[in-house]
Ligand binder design. Structure first.
Ligand code: PSZ
Length: 501
C-alpha cells in the first residue's frame, strides 16, 4: 500500500475522533467525546472475553488475562472490552497509558508522514539512527530529564532498561577500581586475563560485584533485573540468581502525622540494614557497586518512604562508593504530580541513574557523565528503543504542558485521597492506610481474599483498579483522570463496600 493510501486510511480514523470531539457532550472533559459513565452489559469476563481466553489458552498459558479490550472503541479514561462493557480504567495497562485511550491529539500526531515513516522503517539505533535522532533525543527526552542527568540511552522496556543500567554501573565501578589500583586505563583498559576469564564467566573479567536491592522490590523479570526483584516467589522460582544483599524497605504506619516517631524508627532500622549489608558483602569480597530502589515500592504493595529516607540512602551510597539507581519505570511520567517522583525528595545531588518506561512510552535510562561507558558497543542491542515511541512521547509531553496535567494529577489525586480517607473512616473494618502522591494512590484491605473480591465486584460495576502486594488496592489512572471521574469512582467504591458482608 502506498504511503498516500495509508494516509487516507489513517485520516478516516482521525475524522472519526474529530467527529467525536465536535459531538462532545461532557464539555469539561480533557478528552472530548469520552463516555459520561461506565456502562456494563455483562460481568467481567463476559462471554466473548471468555471464548477468546479459551482460544488464546490453546496457544499459550494465558491464565493472567483478565479481559480482552476493544481498543478501537476505547476513549479517554474508558476502556471498552470485547463484550461491549464500558469500564472506567483506573489501572491503565499497569500504569502505562499517559493520556488514556485514543487521545485525539495523539491520533492526529501519528497520522503524520514522519510518524508513519518511523513506524515502518525501524532502525537499529546503535548503528543506523535516522538523521533526526540526536535532535529528537534533545528536544523530547533531555527536555524532561531529571536535573543533572543529561546523558540518555533508550531501550525497549522497563526490565531491559534496568538490565542495561546495571551493566553501566558495573562498568563504572570496575573502572574506578582499576584507577584505584594505579592502572593507566587509557593505555590498558582491560588485561588479557580480564578478556580470557570473562569468556568463561570467571573473575577477574566477570568480577564478583553486587547490587543491593530491597525486600518487596520489583525491577523486572529478565535475569539481572530478576535478581533485584523480590515481590512474589512466582516471579523467581526455579531461576538461578546472584548472591546479592536484600535490605528491608520501610513499612510505615498510617496516618503519617500520628506515627512520626515510629516511622522515623522504621527508616533507621532499614538504613542500618543497608549499611551492615554493604559491610558484610565487602567482607565477602563482593563489594556493593550499586543500590537499586523504587521511589514508591509499587508491585510490592505501594510502600512509600520519606524524603529523608532517600536522602540518607544517597549519603550511604556515596560514602560506600556505590552508585544510586532510582527505578522510575512505574512512578515516572507525571502521575505523582511531577514528571519524576524523586523530585519530591530534595536529594543533595542527582541520583547516578534513573530508569524509565511505561508512561514514558519508550524505555531507557538517564545517567551522569561518569556513568557513560568508555568504550562503544558495550550497552547495545538491535533496536535500542523505538523512534516511533519517542514521537508518541513528544506529543504526550506537549499535551501534559498544554493541558496542565501535572497540576491536574496533584489536585485530582488529593481529591481522591481525601475521598478514600473518608471511606476508610466509614468502613474501618474493610479499609486502612490510604496513601499516595498525586494519583499514585493505594489503600489496604485486611486480607488478600477480601481485596480480590472487592476488586472483582468493583470491576463488575465498571471500575478497573489493580492489586499490589498481598493486601493493597492501587490506582494508576491516566493523566486525564479528572474530578468527575473521582466522583464516579468513589460512588461505585462506596456501593461495593456497603454490599460487603
Ligand atoms: O508482573 C509483572 O511482570 C509486572 S506487573 C507490573 C510491572 C511488571 N511493572 C514493571 C516494572 C516496574 O514496575 C518497575 C518499578 N521496574 C521495572 C519494571 C519492569 O518493566 P517491564 O515490565 O516493562 O519490563
Amino acid at each position: 500500500m502506498s504511503i498516500c493510501r495509508m494516509q487516507n486510511r489513517t485520516s478516516l480514523v482521525l475524522r472519526h475522533y474529530l467527529n467525536c470531539r465536535s459531538n462532545a457532550t461532557a464539555a469539561k472533559s480533557l478528552v472530548a467525546g469520552e463516555p459520561k459513565a461506565p456502562s456494563m452489559v455483562t460481568n467481567v469476563p463476559g462471554p466473548k472475553s471468555t471464548k477468546l481466553l479459551q482460544e488464546l489458552n490453546t496457544i499459550q498459558m494465558a491464565g493472567s488475562v483478565q479481559l480482552f479490550g476493544d481498543y478501537k472503541r476505547s476513549l479517554g479514561n474508558y476502556l471498552v472490552d470485547a463484550d461491549g462493557n464500558v469500564i472506567l480504567d483506573l489501572f491503565t495497562q499497569i500504569s502505562s497509558i499517559p493520556l488514556g485511550y485514543n487521545h485525539p491529539t495523539l491520533v492526529e500526531a501519528v497520522a503524520s508522514p514522519e510518524a508513519i515513516s518511523a513506524m515502518i522503517n525501524r532502525p537499529a539505533l546503535g548503528m543506523f539512527p535516522g538523521e533526526e535522532w540526536p535532535s529528537k533525543l534533545k528536544n523530547v527526552l533531555l527536555d524532561v530529564a531529571p536535573v543533572g542527568l543529561k546523558q540518555v540511552t533508550t531501550m525497549a522496556c522497563g526490565s531491559c532498561s534496568n538490565e542495561n543500567a546495571y551493566k553501566g554501573i558495573f562498568f563504572w565501578y570496575r573502572l574506578k577500581q582499576r584507577k584505584e589500583q594505579g592502572i593507566d586505563v587509557d593505555k590498558i583498559p582491560f588485561t588479557q586475563e580480564d578478556m580470557d576469564s570473562c569468556m568463561v564467566n570467571q573473575p577477574p573479567g566477570a568480577p564478583k560485584l553486587a547490587l543491593l536491592s530491597f525486600k518487596g522490590a520489583f525491577h523486572g523479570r529478565t535475569f539481572g533485573a530478576l535478581a533485584t526483584t523480590h515481590s512474589k516467589p512466582i516471579h523467581k522460582l526455579d531461576v538461578p540468581s546472584f548472591d546479592w544483599p536484600v535490605a528491608s524497605f520501610p513499612h510505615y504506619k498510617y496516618p503519617l502525622q500520628d506515627n512520626v516517631a515510629e516511622n522515623k524508627k522504621e527508616d533507621d532500622r532499614c538504613l542500618e540494614q543497608v549499611e551492615s549489608l554493604i559491610e558484610d558483602w565487602k567482607n565477602k569480597n563482593m563489594p556493593v557497586a550499586g543500590i537499586v530502589v523504587e521511589p514508591i515500592q509499587s508491585e510490592g504493595g505501594d510502600h512509600h518512604a520519606s524524603p529523608e529516607f532517600f536522602q540518607r540512602l544517597q549519603h550511604i551510597a556515596k560514602k560506600s562508593g556505590a552508585a544510586l539507581l532510582i527505578d522510575e519505570v512505574q512512578t515516572g511520567g507525571g502521575s505523582t504530580g511531577k514528571i519524576w517522583c524523586h523530585e519530591h525528595f530534595n536529594l543533595d545531588s542527582p541520583p547516578d541513574v534513573v530508569t524509565f518506561s511505561k508512561k514514558m512510552s519508550t524505555g531507557g535510562f538517564f545517567h551522569t557523565p561518569e556513568m557513560r561507558p568508555k568504550q562503544s558497543y558495550r550497552i547495545f542491542n538491535t533496536w535500542m528503543g523505538d523512534p516511533s515511541k519517542l514521537l508518541v512521547l513528544e506529543t504526550v509531553m506537549k499535551v501534559i504542558k498544554r493541558d496542565s496535567l501535572l497540576q491536574n494529577a496533584s489536585t485530582t489525586g488529593s481529591m481522591t485521597l481525601k475521598g478514600l480517607e473518608e471511606l476508610q473512616s466509614e468502613f474501618p473494618h474493610l479499609l486502612n492506610a490510604a496513601r499516595g502522591r498525586g494519583t499514585f494512590i493505594a489503600i489496604n484491605c485486611p486480607t488478600t481474599r477480601l481485596r480480590d473480591d472487592i476488586l472483582s465486584r468493583l470491576r463488575n460495576k465498571g471500575v478497573q483498579l489493580g492489586g499490589c502486594g498481598d493486601i493493597a488496592i492501587r490506582m494508576r489512572p491516566s493523566l486525564v483522570y479528572q474530578p468527575h471521574h473521582v466522583h464516579i469512582f468513589l460512588d461505585k467504591f462506596r456501593e461495593v463496600l456497603k454490599e460487603t458482608k
